[in-house]
Design a protein around this ligand. Structure first.
Ligand code: COA
Length: 180
């Protein structure tokens, strides 16, 4: 991974006070373009956002979703693990820095690193994988920096604005993560 020191972030439990930030971030179509969200605008209402966060807090949706905070306590995004396969020790990662002011500064990498550590050390995972749309260059660059490798192409895997888009499946193994 990059040798530059990453900005510090804290992953914390979501609270219902996060609803407004999340709702606002989902109004930003540059943030949501590559996220698996409904093709309507806004993708979610405040009520739907609240219901989702409530499910995350109560762990009723299969997600381990955390809020990303800067060292100064600014709430800037979310990161999660889902599709947790306890038998085969793998899970799928998702991430979004919702506040664009924090893009391109290493915050995504820093949050991902914390989540990978959590998944490997606390959830006992061996592999953490993800799906990323083939034209999401920024995210792919970030994942490669982290040490993710491509597993293959999932053909026409997302219906985005009426067109099917391929997604890459990428993954990182526990051994690879700790090698960096
Ligand atoms: C994809 C996403 C999570 C990446 O997060 P990010 O914080 O913007 O990106 P990174 O943490 O990888 O930052 C790397 C960039 O910061 C720069 N940087 C600055 N300081 C740095 C540091 N200390 N360490 C590492 N990189 C640093 C790097 O040079 C790099 O810039 P470059 O891409 O111009 O070369 C974010 O852009 C995002 O949320 N996008 C919208 C939602 C989305 O697409 N999610 C992914 C769906 S699969």
């Amino acid at each position: 991974m990059t040798t530059k020191e990453l900005p510090k972030v804290r992953l914390r439990e979501l609270t219902l006070e996060d609803v407004e930030d999340r709702y606002q971030w989902c109004l930003d179509q540059e943030v949501t373009k590559y996220l698996n969200m409904p093709n309507k605008y806004p993708p979610f209402s405040r009520e739907e956002t609240k219901a989702w966060i409530d499910m995350c807090i109560k762990r009723t949706n299969g997600y381990e979703q955390k809020a990303i905070e800067t060292e100064e306590g600014n709430h800037i995004g979310w990161v999660d693990l889902k599709n947790i396969d306890k038998q085969n020790h793998h899970a799928e990662l998702g991430i979004a820095i919702g506040d664009q002011a924090y893009w391109g500064k290493g915050y995504g990498l820093s949050a991902m690193k914390e989540m990978l550590q959590y998944g490997f050390d606390h959830l006992g995972l061996n592999k953490i994988w993800l799906r990323v749309e083939v034209d999401n260059d920024k995210a792919i660059k970030s994942y490669k920096r982290m040490g993710y490798v491509e597993e293959g192409v999932l053909r026409q895997d997302r219906l985005r604005n009426g067109a099917y888009v391929d997604r890459l499946r990428m993954s990182i193994l526990k051994d690879e993560f700790y090698k960096y």
